[in-house]
Design a protein around this ligand. Structure first.
Ligand SMILES: C[S@@+](CC[C@H](N)C(=O)[O-])C[C@H]1O[C@@H](n2cnc3c(N)ncnc32)[C@H](O)[C@@H]1O
Length: 208
């Protein structure tokens, strides 16, 4: 069973803060020198990444299914260049060729036949733009155990979710992959998700 809107709202309302409110390490590592434009932050959570992008000149559409997350994001990380958007982009995918950056950080996207949603996120990148996907390294032995205890769901299987690496398969000759690797994650012990040790990172540019 995957978490739905009510589950995510409960996760955010049951605690003062879920994440560290620091931007994700991989974001800082990879995108600091990228020329700003329009960005889609998919599953923005409490908004630290959106804020980091906005501070660097990006005009950010920060989307989340949880209104509780967005309320907190607005309170912690508001910025005139961020549009906080309550939506489910899996059910209502973004328009094609719309954003100079599509950034997905630990977005729980379940694998589906035809990969419709994953391909829609790829397609939302405009020519010249960047696709940036970061996921947990699901090959770590302890992940399944941790995820089960975390979600309380014995049927939870982390292997049901796309990793960043799998997005490479959706990129045709119009794309150039700049990064596709597993790397250690900066872990903030006070933050949700601190049990995850490694990130998988995909960064690709749409050349045409
Ligand atoms: C693991 S959290 C990551 C949050 C943030 N990107 C970060 O790195 O701190 C996943 C986020 O995706 C949101 N989410 C889950 N499913 C969603 C969906 N179908 N549409 C939009 N947001 C969704 C959740 O509410 C949650 O805030």
């Amino acid at each position: 069973m995957t978490m739905n809107e009510a589950d995510w709202d409960a996760r955010y309302t049951n605690t003062d803060r879920v994440w560290s409110n620091n931007p994700n390490h991989a974001l800082e590592g990879e995108l600091t020198n990228l020329t700003p434009g329009t960005a889609l932050d998919v599953g923005c959570g409490e908004g630290a990444d959106a804020r980091w992008l906005a501070d660097r000149g990006w005009k950010v559409t920060a989307v989340d299914i949880s209104s509780a997350a967005l309320a907190r994001a607005k309170e912690l990380n508001d910025h005139p260049s961020i549009s906080w958007t309550h939506a489910d982009p899996v059910q209502n995918p973004p328009e094609p060729s719309t954003f100079d950056l599509v950034s997905m950080h630990y977005f729980p996207l379940v694998r589906t036949p035809g990969d419709v949603a994953a391909r829609a996120f790829v397609g939302a990148v405009a020519p010249g733009g960047t696709l940036f996907v970061v996921s947990h390294d699901m090959t770590e032995d302890h992940i399944r155990k941790h995820a089960q205890s975390h979600s309380g769901d014995p049927d939870f299987n982390p292997l049901d979710y796309y990793t960043s690496h799998e997005f490479a398969a959706f990129l045709d000759h119009n794309w150039k992959i700049l990064v596709d690797r597993t790397q250690p994650r900066r872990i903030d012990p006070s933050s949700g998700g601190a049990a995850h040790i490694n990130d998988t990172v995909l960064r690709a540019v749409r050349i045409a």
